[in-house]
Design a protein around this ligand. Sequence first.
Ligand SMILES: [Zn+2]
Length: 501
Amino acid sequence: MLHILTPVLLAGSCQLGSVATVDDARTIGRMGPRPVDERRYVDGKIHAEGKVFETWDRYRWHFKHRGIECSCGIIERGGVRMARFAENGFNADQLDCAGNFTSGGPAYDPEDAPLLVVDVVFHVIRTPEGLGHIDIADVQFAMERLNEDFRAIQGTLGQEGTDSRIEFRLAQFDPDGNPAFGIRYHDNADWFADPGFWVDVPAYTREIAWDPSRYLNVYTNDAGGGGTLGYASIPQYEDSPEPGSIGDRVVMSWDTIGANPPIGAPYDLNRTLTHEVGHWCGLWHVFTNINPGVCDADCQTSGDTICDTGRQTAPTRGCRDNFDCGTANSFRNYMDYSDDDCVSGFTPGQVGRMRCTLMNWRPDVFDPVNDVICNPSCPADLDLDGIVDGTDFGLFVAEWGPVGALGSCADLNGDGRVDGGDVGDFFSGWGVCATCPEGWSEDCVGQCFPDWLIEDWTGDGLCDDGAWVPADHGCEECPAFTPIYLDCTQLDLDGGDCPVP
Ligand SMILES: [Zn+2]
């Protein structure tokens, strides 16, 4: 028997139209050309529209999202939205990227600013039957795509965007500092059925969250169903959990993650993750209307509070500009609802708001990294090719003058300027680089290790009683080196006094 489900309407601006949801396999038959029973073939699998599904669950999951208007579970209610402030210790800089205002400004310009690296823990929640499983390689793939979009890496799908100098990496240490893997699997049917955006603290977050003030917690499950591809906490949104609190999160529908995610086109390029992490970094939708009158109001205090995203009142479907407000829309922006292969970037204004949000609303969630990489064993090798030559000299001259906030490898004497004082050091390194500095050799894992070590005979941590012993660079001995030996090494291994550490 077939029946047509009644349209379902959700609150807010998601604009659900005549949408059928699917609650069992039979209703799918209304959506396809053939009666449902013909879809299970002799191989026991379900064939539909060129795709093959192992189970009815997977089939349902695919079609559940088809034709559904609401792709992101963040439902913004109209009207003025007040910024949230910490109850204790109000941070005035939070005003630079408040709920209803974005200041912009050079403090949040990514150029010449540290890379902000966010540790991510990915909680893959499955049913006991295995629905919701995502391979490790697929999570890693999604993380790569996320970084391609946030860094606008050339040669990738994200290359058209703005480099935010915000990066995400799977956590390598758990909250207690123990080495750990940033992908966790949990089998729990209750947790798989997500309670949705409006529940501040889902039960699973109490059990499995890693301190959300220090990690981005991404949970994958059914994301609440109803066609929701994902949702996220927005720090400034009074209807989101407090930033850093236990329920602070990004939730993804599991079938949007991976190289060939089960959801299929047009949401198969992992751009839902980019979109939701954009929210987590403080962005509204480009079609959000903070205050009425979005088409003509002040761009810093209306719309999405971003001045370079244009004015827009409704989400984009597919990939076309509908010129509402009479001007071009941001339909290629990650924060619209356009298809995955349509969107191509964040704007500089959005990048500034995201960096402001991390710095002032999520101050403990990132490590600032100066990504100037120098060659420690061959300081003048500026292009890291193992030889100091004319190419390096060109780079050296190009850095001439005061050193910026990120430092410079060309500042060989470390005085904050690249000038005449560095020239002598540069030419003294001319030629092929030694692999390791003088007195050091490569150990079994290819790292430079001192040839001689001082042994601390009395074990008091002072190097005043030992003797020089030759270091063994053989593989068997490598792990045996103890920190106290390392404290007692120096580059000047001429038999002189060992400095007291
Ligand atoms: Zn959204």
